[in-house]
Design a protein around this ligand. Structure first.
Ligand code: NAD
Length: 286
């Protein structure tokens, strides 16, 4: 029996499971198998993106699972090349079509570049029509988040940003809380970089609780009230990453992990001009 995953109530009343399954870098021809395994393990919240080029396989797994639609929470994202009011609306339709769905639970602006204000107007319309139950953003630093909030009617329900023990986003989270935006972590396990899985503080805590480092890190994020979407292609790790609701870290243990913050991205600096220029050139068949 898979553990029951709690939900958080977003700023528009929608319930979001606090633990989901990410499919970044899952190849198109493996997505159906991987997501079928994830649903069998007990995940009900899936995170994909047009840019991952695997929405079709994710959709096939959803369809064959037989799980009632209202038990699932499905997120996808709008890529930069489709930014803009009319282009975003058309990209949303294509994503839904590939996923084989008639609505999304969460639609995100994937990157804060291009005409994302136009995209946001289109997404507000999709939200009002009920085709996207919630709308949000990703990779928005606090300045861009506040700008978007203050110049539109609907406040993003979620901001999905890189967050893990080496890049903790405490100040960002404070702004999100103040503005009613749910913090969601991408790369919760640091994408396995920088020897996260063998870090002495994390292995020490894992031993103390009879858990794995991955479970300690996910638990630490959940106790910070951050939604997590770890990815693994391996069924045993999918199950392991779900099994994090039966223990808790003490305040002292939380502080030990807090001390590991470097304050910098270990993946991709969204404010680096070269990175911004590069991402703007990346195009997908969306
Ligand atoms: P992650 O932090 O979830 O790390 C994934 C890697 O960790 C796996 O490839 C695997 O090698 C390893 N791993 C997973 N579980 C493990 C375990 N129990 N023990 C040991 N190793 C384990 O990285 P991610 O996939 O980049 O991030 C999670 C999800 O976030 C993505 O799949 C995607 O849905 C989303 N994401 C969003 C953005 C964005 O720009 N919005 C960027 C990156 C990722």
């Amino acid at each position: 029996m898979s553990p029951r995953i709690p939900t958080v109530t977003l700023n528009n009343g929608v319930q979001m499971p606090v633990l989901g399954f990410g499919v970044y870098q899952v190849p198109a021809d493996e997505a159906e198998r991987v997501v079928t395994d994830a649903l069998a393990a007990g995940y009900r919240h899936l995170d994909t993106a047009a840019a991952y080029e695997n929405e079709t396989g994710v959709g096939r797994a959803i369809a064959t699972s037989g799980i009632p639609r209202d038990e699932l929470f499905i997120t996808t994202k709008l890529w930069i090349q489709d930014a803009g009011e009319s282009t975003a609306a058309a990209a949303f339709d294509r994503s839904l079509d590939r996923l084989g769905l008639d609505h999304l639970d969460l639609y995100l602006v994937h990157q804060p570049y291009g005409d994302y204000h136009g995209s946001w107007r289109a997404m507000e319309a999709l939200n009002r029509e009920g085709r996207a139950r919630a709308i949000g953003v990703s990779n928005f630093h606090p300045d861009r988040l506040v700008d978007l909030i203050d110049h539109h009617e609907i406040t993003p329900a979620v901001n999905q940003v890189e967050t893990h023990p080496f890049f903790q986003r405490g100040a960002d989270q404070a702004v999100m809380r103040e503005r009613g935006v749910q913090h969601e972590s991408w790369g919760p396990l640091g994408q396995g970089r920088d020897d996260l899985f063998t870090h002495p503080v994390l292995t020490d805590l894992a031993t103390a609780h009879g858990k794995s480092v991955a479970q300690v890190v996910l638990r630490w994020l959940l106790q910070r009230e951050i939604v997590v979407i770890p990815k693994s292609s391996r069924p045993e790790r999918m199950a392991e990453n779900l099994d994090v609701v039966d223990f808790s870290l003490t305040p002292e243990e939380m502080t030990r992990v807090s001390a590991l913050d470097t304050g910098a991205s270990t993946a991709f600096d969204h404010r680096d001009p070269a990175s911004v220029a590069f991402l703007g050139t990346v195009r997908f068949d969306t």
